[in-house]
Design a protein around this ligand. Structure first.
Ligand SMILES: *[C@@H]1O[C@H](CO)[C@@H](O)[C@H](O)[C@H]1NC(C)=O
Length: 360
């Protein structure tokens, strides 16, 4: 008798518990699959050994949020992390970690790798191939797969930035513009393949205003004041990013016509970041927008011989007052601001589905 009461009580607690935790409305997205470079890598490159950039596996990387280095190229979370939070999904696990630990990845996985380029066709193909390889663990029957693949958010980018970086730092600035159509075509092809696999919701970030990036400002500094815009950024590189974004938008328009059932959203990283490059103090970036928090001194706090994490570099007191983290990548505070612009509007075009949590 007593035993029965306990049993009833237990089942009651369980039912009640179920009711409380199960949400009547389903999540806007059931998963996130991300393809990109260091702007969204949550640990893949580190898992490969990060041979050229081992410092991302050590402090001060990760000091603000995770409190240990995760392989993210920042002091904390990235745009993709804030998207995951907003849609009540777990922080995206890097693919290389997931396959080792046989985790359940129905809520998504991250294929982004720091250093990845769009034109290294292998990288993108690899990402898509890996996703197809994972498919049997995501869904079983065709019907199950069809319904499952309709509901994740596929994020394709930012990618392309490194294609221009490598060419620019190799000294090949004149031909940068010629590579834009090739980079854009590659991105479009991947989107096409994902749609063919059943993807419906796709978010495609454009390039950041790279002319405001500390490493560019340092490497391509000019004595001619006309080379800089009103925010102190290099016009030529911002023009390159704008050109990439314009061509990407044309390609997305074509993809939308071809796939009317898919929702292809452009993520305007340029516009979202431009706000804080234009009026940094307004957004809490009291140390200006064009200085790295962590670096080896000199103007913009960037010295290629003493990069963040290496001997001779120093980390700032409060990264949230800087947009730039290590001269190349942004701070969590800057990524949060960009994510906010995408999720709360108006920098996702058309808008993302309403989020569970608004980003503060
Ligand atoms: C850059 O860093 C190197 C290594 O720490 C140092 O020897 C050099 O003086 C630094 N250069 C400047 C201009 O600060």
């Amino acid at each position: 008798m007593k035993f029965n009461i306990i049993l009833i009580l237990i089942s009651f607690i369980f039912c009640f518990h179920e009711k409380v935790i199960s949400n009547p409305t389903p999540r806007p997205f059931n998963a996130i699959f991300n393809f990109g470079n260091s702007l969204s890598d949550t640990g893949n490159f580190l898992a490969t050994g990060a041979n050229l950039f081992t410092v991302i596996g050590q402090p001060p990387y990760g000091e603000t949020f995770f409190r240990h280095a995760t392989g993210r190229c920042s002091d904390g979370r990235l745009v993709i992390d804030f998207i995951a939070v907003a849609y009540e999904l777990p922080y995206l696990q890097p693919y290389l970690k997931v396959i080792k630990s046989h985790q359940i990845i129905r809520k998504g996985v991250n294929f982004a790798v720091a250093g990845a380029t769009a034109l290294d066709v292998e990288f993108f193909n690899e990402g898509v191939r890996k996703l197809l390889w994972l498919k049997p663990s995501l869904c079983t029957t065709k019907q199950d797969c069809d319904s499952y693949f309709k509901r994740p958010l596929f994020v394709v980018g930012e990618i392309g930035g490194n294609d221009y970086n490598y060419a620019a730092f190799a000294g090949d600035i004149t031909h940068l513009r010629d590579t834009v159509p090739l980079v854009v075509q590659t991105i479009a092809k991947v989107i096409d393949e994902l749609i063919a696999e059943g993807a419906v919701e796709l978010l495609v970030p454009g390039n950041l205003p790279v002319g405001c990036s500390v490493v560019y400002l340092t490497s391509f500094s000019s004595k001619n004041i006309k080379d800089y815009d009103e925010n102190g950024c290099l016009k030529s590189f911002n023009d390159l990013a704008k050109n990439h974004n314009m061509q990407l938008n044309i390609a997305l328009q074509t993809l939308r016509k071809k796939n009317p059932h898919a929702r292809i959203m452009y993520a305007d990283y340029f516009g979202a970041a431009k706000r804080f490059f234009h009026s940094p103090r307004h957004y809490g970036f009291t140390n200006g927008a064009l200085n790295a928090c962590c670096g080896g001194g000199r103007r913009y706090n960037f010295n290629d011989s003493a990069r963040c994490g290496y001997k001779g570099s120093k980390v700032c007191e409060d990264p949230s007052t800087y947009t730039n983290w290590d001269g190349i990548h942004l701070t969590e505070a800057a990524y949060r601001h960009i994510a906010k612009g995408l999720i709360n509007g108006p920098f996702s075009i058309p808008p993302l589905k309403p989020a569970f949590f608004k980003i503060a």
